[in-house]
Design a protein around this ligand. Sequence first.
Ligand code: UDX
Length: 439
Amino acid sequence: MRLCVFGVGYLGATHAACMAELGHEVLGVDIDKAKLASLEAGTVPFYEPGLEEILVRNQEAGRLRFTDSYAEAAEFGEAHFLGVGTPQKRGEYAADLSYVDSVVENLAPLLTGPTVIFGKSTVPVGTAARLGARLREIAPAGAEVELAWNPEFLREGFAIEDTLHPDRVVLGVADDSTRSEQVAREIYADILAEGMPFLVTDLATSEMVKTAANAFLATKISFINAMAELCEAAGADVTVLADAIGQDARIGRKFLNAGLGFGGGCLPKDIRAFMARAGELGADQALTFLREVDNINMRRRTRMVELAREAVGNSLLGARVAVLGAAFKPNSDDVRDSPALNVAGQIQLQGAAVTVFDPKAMENSRRLFPTLTYAESVVDACQGADVVLLLTEWAEFRQLTPADLDSVVREKYIIDGRNCLTPSQWRDAGWKYRGLGRP
Ligand code: UDX
């Protein structure tokens, strides 16, 4: 099929490339000329393992192109995907829907024949119904334009795998829809042939599946981090606790890694937008627990700063602090709401000289926090450090041994913000080791 994908950020660029990989002819559409130029030149403007290969392969095969022309897109596409961002509004919990609205307002007047628009962005429940009505109102093709919602669950770092082999496909369709499901089945034929669940729902349920899933994941992480707080008070070990409760199949071990907590472009803003939407719907009590989930998460960052301060004799003034990790999680260069950078910034504000190293997120970090010092390598970052903070669990950091840093640091003190090192290995080598939620 001929498909358009509006928005070529993390979500849209991946979706466009993966749809071409499935054999469709795809046009990626964006208003950001720099992003388009980069993709046209075969370069992915962010770090996502495997994406560049798929991008280039499909460009060379003539199945994948990019444009900023909505007219060209309307002419070309048999179906359209909406993959633009829905960031948190400034100073509010609610999601900013201006990018989604803008695509609909600009595309709809150009739609003269039958088509389906599949929303993929994470939106507050009720958005799809509103956009569907608006489309009928302003598209010349009127009711021949259908709007369906097809939420995206991809994780950064595993975006290709999650798009081509998802664990479920969810499709919300309007009550009067005649073609959305059939068109989706055609587009995703190869994916669905693998036999994963294909859940067709009403529009509101499909929008909520996404926010509910992210709220659950955030809650799971904050649950184990609350246990970490208790473990710290009681002298217990949260990593062993997680292994033990995770054995229960009803609980499961995944997403029970205690540490610095969650960040990124999704979980934090999605739980806040979910709370805001619940309030608008008069059901705010149902989600007040998410405020606590958010609080627990943010407290981990404060705790990390406290531990760093304790490590250097209760004042960060003039201390040298090495920060390993800036991305919000490994295998990503994304620093949006990154716990690591947040901690680095707070420590610097308290008067320490902070040196940061991250395998992939240096450029993005520099843009966001230009006043931090950036190093070329782990060893470079740890030179003369009074304390080393491991804040993102990149494989390169997990594999560090005391011998790598023994002669580099000023004080042998490491704080493991992701509980990804073996404490005994460091202690046996004469280091002081602290983990979050460990004795
Ligand atoms: C998330 C959802 O997983 C995905 O389904 C959705 O589409 C978008 O949001 P992503 O933001 O890429 O994906 O990251 P994810 O792997 O979920 O991690 C989120 C955060 O939680 C990271 O900061 C990570 O470090 C943290 N985390 C994760 C923990 O602190 N502990 C864990 O056990 C797991």
